[in-house]
Ligand binder design. Structure first.
Ligand code: FES
Length: 110
């Protein structure tokens, strides 16, 4: 049986502009790559997604499930920059899954 491909929809806010994103599970290795590609962001995700450079910082609202948890290098990297708020995340540590459905992702300039 063919695997069902479910649509994932969420909103990205960049420089005050709301951009609807429609994608599929695993369409990119993680949210950082999706944002970098879809929004053509320069100097975004410079460490390639290992969670150390913090050039992929976003503010999140409405992410659910395991995607809402900060794991691996993420808490330490964000803490070094003074980001303790649960909503502030490294986009490279968030996979493209149904946990993003209905979420709002704001790209932060740091
Ligand atoms: S790409 Fe470097 S921390 Fe996310």
């Amino acid at each position: 049986m063919e695997k069902e491909l479910k649509t994932i929809t969420f909103t990205v806010i960049e420089n005050g502009t709301r951009i609807p994103i429609v994608t599929r599970h695993g369409s990119y290795p993680n949210l950082m790559y999706l944002l970098k590609e879809e929004l053509q962001l320069e100097s975004f995700g410079e460490c390639g997604g290992v969670g150390r450079c913090a050039t992929c910082v976003v503010k999140t609202k409405g992410i659910t499930g395991n995607s809402a948890l900060k794991e691996r290098n993420e808490p330490a990297t964000l803490s070094k920059l003074g980001f303790e708020e649960a909503a502030i995340r490294l986009s490279c540590q968030i996979y493209i899954t149904a946990d993003l459905n209905g979420a709002e992702i704001t790209v932060l300039e740091i």
